[in-house]
Design a protein around this ligand. Structure first.
Ligand SMILES: Nc1nc2c(c(=O)[nH]1)N[C@H]1C(S)=C(S)[C@@H](COP(=O)(O)O)O[C@H]1N2
Ligand SMILES: [Mo]
Length: 527
């Protein structure tokens, strides 16, 4: 076989390698972040470093297609490099592989240093390159088999058994090679395009969300009392920033919903089926409330709890329009991704409880991970029975006929939040200096409110702690205790008492089926 022909085939292996690398990276970037796709990371890097006159020239030439041109150019560059790597690997085994890894390293570094990136952003490239290395080596093995068989066939006598055998092997080698390259490339193109499409959808929705201006609340959240927030290093901030807010859902890929196409429909046991679009929702008088949300899976002392200021429309008002019929006792809210939650109808109709169809979180549109464009927030109920994100339907029904997602999976149909409290400072198993210090944390009994907070040391008598002012009964409260820490190892426990006098139970109970119980217990060493 001529070197030119061999190079052409080696180049094909390089192409398949590039396709699988890009596709693999694209798929992994779905799970990491849309911007972590190496093509995009490198693309935005190029945009950042290119001198202004080049940028201007490109925009002059291509107008708004400039980004497409850039990405296409990068794609072509990747393919050309890949062909080179394939040819190199054929003639100098392991040199091509090394080149590929080196290239990957550069791209990974570019990816993790993008603004807003984390180390995780290198993962798509790393996995893509790993796949590429496997394909490059396997492809080369096939190519060698194919080339050897073809050369033997060329050297074999013109006729006879030997000639037949040689040409048969050559055909098998050739078929094996092309099947391999074809299958790999085909699979890569399909997976890559599918992942790219989903990724682009997320990027588009992110852009819409960033431009969205929420209406001001008609009923603003009551001002937060100055005494609600304690200035103690290490204590949970009174309001949890969206980026630090725990996230729990069954969505492998965060749904990217086009807000202009979103609508919510109230169906089931109602006199009027009601459908509301996002624009209609935003035009309604909005209520703003600070509400602490919690996951039923939260262990005592755990961090699956957060406090945010939500902007939304009262669900009770929507239900008034729909007019539930007699006998209904549950609202099954459904997410676009299929998740459902069963909430007591009476809770959602209660005019003393601010159950919201929320569109805003801490002054911004909901982050995609927290339910953009709309989600439910119900004070006092665990998230699994109330806080449906990406909500698109409220079906008025009965507990006898319907079940939320988690109910057949071993969790109670009803999920009122249990009273709980946690110690933030000192940190779990910390070492601290002897002397005056503060033990502090947060406590909650949503929709009931708290009356008292206590701590005890080394299983001694309970001591009253100080509760910071409450925002409302629906939010957690910070608390602290002034402690004279003496040398030695100490066990610290805390417990809250709700407004009705119910004391947080010390009996340990695992989260399933209706929420954890017990006292948070930490050990600190005082040196
Ligand atoms: N669509 C959807 N909504 C969902 C869930 C889910 O899995 N899918 N999980 C629920 C659970 S169990 C909790 S605790 C809250 C968490 O909300 P967050 O992720 O905004 O903190 O969302 C609720 N809403
Ligand atoms: Mo949850």
């Amino acid at each position: 076989m001529t070197v030119r022909r061999v190079n052409r085939f080696a180049g094909l292996v390089g192409l398949a390698t590039a396709l699988i690398t890009l596709a693999g990276a694209e798929v992994v970037s779905l799970l990491v972040a849309p911007g972590s796709s190496p093509l995009f990371a490198v693309g935005s890097f190029v945009i950042d470093i290119v001198p202004p006159w080049v940028k201007d020239a490109v925009i002059q030439l291509f107008g708004t297609a400039d980004k497409v041109v850039l990405l296409s150019a990068l794609g072509v560059l990747a393919l050309v490099l890949a062909i080179g790597i394939g040819i190199l690997e054929y003639h100098r085994p392991r040199w091509g592989v090394s080149g590929l890894i080196l290239l990957g390293l550069v791209v990974a570094i570019v990816s993790v240093t993008r603004s807003g990136a984390s180390l995780l952003w290198g993962l798509p490239t790393v996995i893509g390159i790993a796949l590429g290395v496997v394909i490059l080596q396997r492809g080369m093995r096939r190519l060698h088999l194919f080339v050897d068989a073809a050369s033997r066939d060329e050297l074999a006598p013109d006729t006879g058994e030997k000639a037949d055998e040689a040409s048969r092997r050559a055909v098998v080698g050739r078929r094996g090679f092309f099947t391999f390259v074809g299958a790999v490339s085909g699979a890569a193109v399909i997976a890559g395009f599918a992942a790219r499409t989903v990724n682009a959808g997320t990027a588009a929705v992110t852009a819409v969300r960033e431009k969205l201006k929420l209406p001001a609340p008609t009923t603003p959240a009551p001002a937060i009392p100055a005494g609600a927030s304690l200035d103690i290093p290490g204590i949970s901030p009174l309001i949890t920033a969206a980026k630090d807010f725990y996230r729990i859902d069954t969505a492998l890929q965060v749904p990217a919903i086009d807000a202009s196409k979103w609508s919510l429909t109230i169906t089931g046991m109602v006199e009027n089926e009601v459908t509301i679009t996002f624009a209609e929702l935003l035009a309604l008088p909005m209520t703003e409330r600070t509400i602490t949300l919690q996951c039923v899976s939260n262990e005592v002392g755990g961090d699956l709890v957060g406090n945010a200021t939500w902007l939304g429309y009262p669900i009770r008002e929507l239900l008034l329009r729909a007019k539930p019929t007699a006998g209904a006792d549950m609202v099954l809210s459904r997410s676009i991704d299929g998740f459902t939650a069963g909430t007591p109808l009476s809770v959602l109709q209660d005019d003393k409880r601010d159950s919201l169809l929320a569109v805003g979180m801490n002054g911004k549109p909901l982050p995609l991970e927290h339910g953009f464009p709309a989600r439910m927030v119900v004070p006092g109920l665990y998230g699994y029975v109330s806080a449906t994100k990406w909500v698109v339907e409220l079906k008025v029904t009965t507990f006898a006929n319907d079940m939320g997602y988690w109910t057949p999976r071993g969790w109670d149909a009803l999920g009122p939040i249990k009273i709980s409290s946690r110690i933030d400072v000192p940190a779990y198993t910390a070492t601290i200096p002897a002397g005056r210090t503060k033990v502090a944390g947060v406590a909650w009994a949503q929709h009931t409110g708290l009356k008292a907070m206590e701590v005890r040391f080394d299983r001694g008598p309970w001591q009253p702690a100080v509760l910071a002012d409450a925002i409302s009964a629906d939010t957690w409260r910070q608390w602290y205790y002034d402690w004279e820490a003496t040398k030695g190892v100490h066990l610290i426990e805390c417990r809250a008492t709700d407004a009705n006098g119910l004391v947080q139970s010390g009996r340990h109970q695992a989260p399933a089926p209706n929420g954890s119980e017990g006292w948070e217990t930490i050990t600190v060493e005082v040196a």
